[in-house]
Ligand binder design. Structure first.
Ligand SMILES: [Zn+2]
Length: 193
């Protein structure tokens, strides 16, 4: 009986000791946790935010300052990129088929647009991502299409190299590419991923 009691006492003090050691190693878990949160690095940017920022920073890519179909600064293509680079969604125009909606920009599309500049060295102007008016089921409203109006200083339909840019879009994985010769695309190129 006595021996059992001693054994139990030893076991209890061993637990007390290890608990004491743990407490010494980390005297204030609560404060420690707070400090770790305070010094934690900012959440890494999403891929779409990172790509949108790269497109904004790419030399040679410019943006229409107005829509063909109406006036709304919040849905202009450069603003679409600014919103996505800040982890927000891109805004459609109040008069489109998806009026004033907030939609993501597809990373395949953003990567394609970026590489038209950085890999294929085109200087080009983007007229729309999700803003403006398109056909009812257009992939513009899904953040998967871009319209280009100027290529290397020439307007599409006025001796711009639209074929070269259209081919580059296809090589960059675009699944639908339209331009002069296609219905409703005499003055812009549409690349869709
Ligand atoms: Zn289009």
């Amino acid at each position: 009986m006595n021996r059992l009691a001693v054994c139990a006492a030893v076991t209890v003090s061993a637990i007390a000791l290890s608990a004491g050691q743990a407490a010494t190693a980390d005297p204030s878990p609560g404060r420690h946790g707070q400090a770790a949160r305070h010094h934690a690095p900012a959440k890494p940017a999403s891929e779409s935010a990172r790509l949108a920022r790269s497109v904004l920073n790419a030399k040679g890519i410019t943006y229409a300052k107005a829509h063909v179909s109406g006036t709304d600064k919040a849905s202009l293509p450069q603003q679409n990129l600014v919103d996505v680079s800040n982890e927000r969604l891109a805004k459609t125009s109040p008069w489109g088929h998806k009026k004033g909606a907030r939609v993501a920009l597809d990373t395949r599309m953003l990567n394609g647009v970026l590489r038209l500049g950085t890999q294929y060295h085109y200087k080009f102007e983007i007229s729309e991502f999700v803003g403006g008016r398109h056909s009812r089921t257009s992939k513009h409203y899904a953040g998967r299409a871009v319209d280009v109006t100027w290529i290397n200083g020439r307007h599409v339909g006025k001796r711009a190299d639209h074929r070269g840019l259209m081919n580059a879009c296809r090589k960059l994985g675009a699944t639908l590419v339209l331009g002069p010769g296609d219905k409703d695309h005499d003055t812009h190129v549409h690349c869709q991923w």
